[in-house]
Design a protein around this ligand. Structure first.
Ligand code: FAD
Length: 510
């Protein structure tokens, strides 16, 4: 008799007519699962071949025995308590027990016990099915141990790790990375760093992840409180294997991006110190040259005035006293020659290379150089750098001179006898496509009518001839213009002067 497919039958079919009872028995007997049937007191009535193979017992050894003969007596009694609570309520129970084979060898059994009820709903038997999961458990433990070990090593590592999936989601990180979140005051430092060091990474990661790779790119992180931090970042592609069911038959994984972020602040500070000393010397040298240049320019500018007066006097004397006019003309020519020789020796400003600069770094350098003067004048500085600033292409020495001039103007404005409020607020901000640097002092401020004139060469509102020749702001404006930016003077919230400088990020220096 051949078996009929159940799905095609229209009338109720007696199962026994399709599958003879001996087939059930053979199927259960040969199943690759340890099966036992007990009475309601858990006394074994039947066990299949697999049960005998797993436990090592003969059928004659176990029939009539309680299933507890498999117990190693080390499974917690609460487990049995839960098992019997479920079974007493006619609910199936599944769990793991520590069993002992006939040989005394222990094994971990994953057991499912199902109550068997008669048509009247009375419990007649229990069906037990179990398998030896010792090896599986060992593998699970090994994987868990390795995971724990890897996590401990990653957590103890002195660098921050963040693993991003193809959508940019952080799927793994470590303690150092979590510290970065607090330190950088951004929600996802990995995204910030990638935006900065690998613009367009999101699109690339989805399409061609390997193009996101880079090695040891450095960036500086400025903080309102505490010293700036230097980070070195590397990004490498690794395969992430999905744990979703639909990816079970997929051999390959999805590309993920592993970011390794190391703090190289100490190393950079050492380099910074050496650079600072060299910088101070080169700034002092450039300032000396600039002072000579400006002093000579001012002298030439001022000499032009009496020479022009002489030229007018010559034209007046020409008719009345030609001899004196001739003498004066001769003297004027000589003087003009001397002025020209003077103009020839004016030192030219050196042509600097255009490189990628960080304005926070420039401002910090200038602050460091001016610290003694700020301390002497009793000025408190509130430095608020933007945590992350895009690079600007410019001439670092010129930019340092620019901000030093603005800082010195602020110091001089506040460092006057009897002036009580001496506060300087310096900030850098990213506003749209511009980097804005603001220097707000609490000095007396600049009258509105002087705010434009102040940029004219040789304009000075300060008394004391010789000390101020009034070229600071005109030079500052020149540097700003050379970098494609704008500079403005305004009133600061405290009534002092606000010097605002703005550079476009994509602006090319002239
Ligand atoms: P037991 O004296 O057997 O019982 C411990 C506690 O369980 C008792 O205090 C009582 O509260 C409760 N309990 C026991 N029997 C009953 C009952 N009939 N009705 C209500 N509550 C009861 N155990 C294993 O260690 N390994 C196995 O592979 C295993 N397979 C089993 C398969 C089946 C089908 C069934 C029904 C039980 C199985 N058991 C198995 C459980 C086993 O019968 C014992 O309950 C268990 O081994 C604890 O034995 P014990 O001698 O320490 O305590």
């Amino acid at each position: 008799m051949s078996a009929q497919p159940l799905a095609h039958s229209t009338a109720p079919i007696e199962l026994a007519t399709i599958l003879p009872p001996e087939v059930y028995q053979q199927a259960v007997n040969q199943a690759e699962l340890a099966i036992s049937i007990t009475d309601p007191k858990a006394r074994i009535l039947y066990a299949n071949e697999c049960f005998l193979r797993v436990t090592g017992y003969q059928l004659a050894d176990i029939v009539g025995q309680n299933q507890s003969l498999l117990s190693n007596r080390s499974t917690p009694s609460t487990v049995y308590g839960e098992m019997w609570t479920a079974l007493s309520a006619r609910r199936p129970w599944s769990g793991k027990l520590l069993n002992k084979k006939k040989s005394g060898e222990l094994y971990l059994a994953e057991l499912l016990v199902t109550p068997v009820l008669n048509p009247a709903g009375e419990l007649t038997h229990y069906l037990g099915m179990h398998r030896d999961v010792t090896e599986l458990h060992r593998l699970e433990k090994t994987v868990r141990n390795q995971k724990h070990l890897i996590e401990s090593v990653i957590d103890a590592a002195p660098m921050a790790f963040a693993l991003l999936d193809p959508t940019g989601r952080i799927v793994l990180d470590n303690q150092e990375y979590k510290k970065l979140v607090t330190d950088m005051q951004v929600r996802e430092p990995a995204h910030h760093l990638l935006d900065l060091l690998r613009p367009g990474w999101r699109e690339t990661l989805l399409g061609d992840a390997e193009r996101c790779e880079f090695s040891s790119r450095e960036t500086r992180m400025d903080r309102t409180a505490g010293r700036a931090r230097w980070l070195s970042v590397s990004a490498s592609c690794i395969d992430i294997h999905s744990d979703c069911a639909d990816s079970y038959f997929c051999a390959g994984g999805q590309p993920g991006l592993l970011l390794v972020i190391s703090d190289i602040t100490n190393l950079r500070e050492e380099q910074e110190r050496a650079r600072g000393a060299a910088l101070k010397a080169s700034l002092a040298e450039e300032e000396r040259t600039a002072a000579i240049r400006e002093g000579l320019s001012a002298a030439v500018f001022r000499l032009e005035e009496p020479l022009n007066v002489m030229a007018s006097a010559i034209s007046v004397l020409q008719r009345r006293d030609p001899a004196s006019a001739e003498m004066l003309r001769h003297a004027l020519e000589n003087s003009r020659e001397h002025v020209e020789s003077l103009r020839q020796v004016i030192p030219q400003s050196p042509q600097e290379m255009v490189i990628s600069v960080n304005l926070n770094e420039i401002l910090r350098d200038v602050l460091e150089i001016c610290t003694p003067r700020l301390l002497n004048a009793g000025i408190t500085v509130d430095w608020q750098p933007s945590p992350i600033l895009p690079p600007l292409y410019g001439r670092p020495l010129q930019l340092r001179m620019l901000f030093k001039a603005l800082l010195e103007n602020a110091i001089e404005a506040m460092n006057v006898k009897g002036w009580l409020r001496r506060e300087l607020q310096i900030s850098s901000q990213l506003v749209d496509d511009c980097i804005r640097i603001s220097l707000l002092d609490s000095g007396p401020g600049i009258p509105e009518e002087w705010r434009h004139k102040a940029f004219e060469p040789f304009f000075t509102a300060k008394s004391g001839v010789g000390k101020h020749i009034g070229t600071g702001l005109s030079r500052a404006q020149q540097v700003v213009a050379d970098h494609g930016g704008i500079i403005d003077l305004d009133e600061s919230p405290s009534g002092g002067c606000a010097a605002i400088v703005e550079f476009r990020i994509d602006g090319d220096p002239i």
